[in-house]
Design a protein around this ligand. Sequence first.
Ligand code: SF4
Length: 192
Amino acid sequence: MSEIDSIRSQVISCIKCSLSKTRTNAVPGKGNFKAEILFIGEAPGRNEDLKGEPFVGSAGNILSEALASSGLSRDDVYITNVVKCRPPNNRIPLQEEKESCQPYLSKELEIIKPKIICIMGNTAYGSLLGGDSIIKNRGKIVEKDGQRYFLTVHPAAAIYNPELKSVLKSDMKSLVETLDRLKKDENLVKTQ
Ligand code: SF4
């Protein structure tokens, strides 16, 4: 079993926090474990909980469309959440729930070693970087502890505010351009 499959099976059977009592299915991360971009939201929603997969349903379709508009497919990236089980009524995860789930995310990051992490939405922005306004900061690149992050809106927000679909598409374009620039810079350093 690969390391990522091992995390997947640990998440599926995890009972480390109380969200295990209310979930239908745990939702492990999914995608390419050699991805250069790792996408992260705060927590699974209703459709994800029912299916056991991250970013399915309308929000998932909006994300897939935005990725495709920049030449990316879901198979090119890895998608996960800060907590892997749905909080009841989609409430914000509690600090203790995030702390219980954190080792899974750390392990995902250790295996995938993404060149850039794309944070989707305000709550994930708060959890991962202590930020508080994704709308003001979307499109920005942040560096913390040697890791680069890119900030964008949550695809679910675009269900109720369709203007955010074009915001998300424009951010995906910037994200791909940022990644290309990073890789060029790395190659330059290697050849010097
Ligand atoms: S949210 Fe994380 S820590 Fe809590 S039960 Fe689910 S997988 Fe385990």
